[in-house]
Design a protein around this ligand. Structure first.
Ligand code: S3P
Length: 172
């Protein structure tokens, strides 16, 4: 791969399949899978939910930027980012410079089905339909900066992995 595409960075709304697809893609490419939320949790010694609760979202966002910067200094990784990592210009720049950024798109109904009952996502607590609808609306164009866009609805994980693996090969 060229130095501009040394990692694959998956972005997308919560529940769009970044972790599931990322693990399989890493396996297919023989690369390392990294979940940025897990890296933040390991670094902070606290679950994301607890970081939001005790330190606040701004603190989490700062830790997220630092984690992305650290992770993106290595190569041959498939990195699943948190759904809000794309909100900062600084992060978008880091990601675009650190590899091939791939956005996974999923419909509101699919996302609701996947995240319902999940207590680990602080931004989706309460009325899950309402939370997903309003956050998706607020982030309508947030993932558009990614050069590769993949519609995941109606596609199997294998199909999605194959599509991304092809794009990755073409980016060499
Ligand atoms: C967030 C998404 C979460 C996690 C945090 C905030 C967001 O990651 O980073 O709860 O703002 O969309 P996932 O997309 O992996 O759920």
């Amino acid at each position: 791969m060229s130095t501009a595409n040394k990692n694959v960075i998956l972005v997308g709304f919560m529940g769009s399949g970044k972790t599931t697809v990322g693990k399989r893609l890493a396996h297919a490419l023989g690369w390392t899978f990294v979940d940025s939320d897990h890296a933040i949790e390991a670094h902070e010694g606290m679950a994301v939910r607890d970081i939001f609760q005790s330190e606040g979202e701004a603190y989490f966002r700062q830790a997220e930027t630092e984690t992305l910067r650290r992770l993106l200094s290595s190569e041959n990784q498939v990195i699943a980012t948190g759904g809000g990592a794309v909100l900062k210009e600084e992060n978008r720049k880091l990601m675009l410079e650190g590899g091939l950024v791939v956005a996974l798109k999923a419909s509101e109904a699919t996302v609701v089905k996947r995240v319902r009952g999940d207590e680990s996502r602080p931004l989706l607590q309460g009325d899950v339909e309402e939370r997903v609808r309003s956050l998706m609306l607020a982030r309508k164009t947030a993932y558009d900066f990614a050069p590769v866009q993949i519609d995941t609805d109606g596609r199997s994980v294998e199909e999605i992995v194959k599509l991304i693996a092809e794009k990755t090969a073409n980016a060499v």
